[in-house]
Design a protein around this ligand. Sequence first.
Ligand code: GLC
Length: 561
Amino acid sequence: MAEKKWWQKSVVYQIYPRSFCDSDGDGIGDLNGISSKLEYLKELGIDVIWLSPVYQSPNDDMGYDISDYRAIMKEFGTMEDYDRMLHKAHGLGLKIMMDLVVNHTSDEHPLFVESRKARNSPYRDFYIWRDGKDGPAPNNWGSSFGGSAWEYDEATDQYYLHLFSKKQPDLNWENDAVRKRIFDMMTWWCDKGIDGFRMDVISLISKVPELPDGETGKNGYGDFTPYCANGPRVHEFLREMNREVLSKYDLITVGECSGVTVEEAKKYASVSGSELNMVFQFEHMNLDGGESFKWNHKKIRLTELKEVMSRWQTGLKGKAWNSLYWCNHDQPRMLSRMGNDSPKYREVSAKMLGACLHMLQGTPYIYQGEELGMTNYPFTSPDEFRDIESINAYQELTEKEIFSHADAFDYISYKSRDNARTPMQWDDSPQAGFTTGTPWIAVNPNYREINAREQMARKDSVFHYYQKLIALRRQYDIIVYGDYELLLPDSEEIYAYLRTLESQTLLVVCNFTEREVGYDVPDGFAKKEGKVLISNYERTEIPAVLTLAPFECIVVLYGQP
Ligand code: GLC
């Protein structure tokens, strides 16, 4: 086994600062709010906090459009507030991982402001500028947020590339000076004492230089993915970043890698440590996608989910390291997607999903509120969308008559990123204790039933269950390092798997349905004494043949603990 690293044993908790805790009543979460909740995170037991961007930003994409990488967004506070938070976190033994958004900047970043001034600006080549060709743009690529990926700039009669919103121009990583500036900025943060980076869409930084047209989709635009995801120089760039910055500090690094395959991940996250520690892959999140991107009501098939998870579990074994996630700020709540968010099954299904993920090999990521079983938001009107992706999609899908207004609204309500971005539900006071003012995005009305205060006081809550899942990982090496084997690959009802380490075996059985389902314990285990490590129905032993209750999960350890 390769050398063990602290981040392999860690559990990461993602904070979306805008929606976590507002200390000054302006309706927007902030750094002092985060500082005030660090004890809560300590009690949950996590090791690392991933902070979504807190840098200065005009907020076209809620902080993922940065105009100053060395300044804090005014609504979030000051650099002194940041330093205080970092210091307090470290004092509690919590690490801070910063979001690094360097595929693009904001169009309000001084470098872009300079770059767009003139064709001969010394900063022109910091971004990707091209003349129009044949059609109205240099190529047919569509942006991830709708419309063309090119924006015409009248002043210099050229187009600039933006794979996301037009206020997020892509940086030109081919330019040595661009990379140098990025590495300097990263060093500046490392010297401040941060503990790692989550790298935003890092798989997109190297584009095929010819920028060829992509295959046209339903919205009439071409797909840039084959020419941008895992592009020709991406590994070279990351190795350089590793040499220049990452290798000089003891960090946790995770690359958000849309379009990444198991084979590619072995390069990004090789145990040799020449690039990153791990990647976020998207295969499991894309299983309910379709022709119209992610906008539909399709359900993820359990057999497909298991196939994907298992391929990553076995594919990276000994070669690279997995990251494990069901939720983040870009995804609807997994509980509303693969669990059941009705009052009857909410808690058991939230616990089942938690156990299913946390017993896998890799570093688990918890997204704020997941540990409470927070759910999707019950949208009643498109006016409630705050996210640029949802707002643009609604406009494009209805204007182009790809869907009726009702269907477009339905699909977006189900998959909107805003589902994850509603305020953290702290207690049952007005606005869920998130703010004393008017929140920037509506609080989910179920906060009276689902909130941290209630759950912390109740022993059988989702919160305490997550606390136990985290503690188990710390206690049992088999959860961190054990080999993985999928059982019952063809079952659409049960996700069962084994982990093995030396003489120990861990059996994990999860019923993904709201029906009772019979389960035969595998031959050889039926007669063995097993220790139930965690269950969501207070089961303390496992019979050879059992009937799993709706969304039941059970984790049993065989062999000497
Ligand atoms: C990543 C972020 C997402 C953002 C996008 C563009 O996918 O997670 O929130 O919109 O990159 O920066």
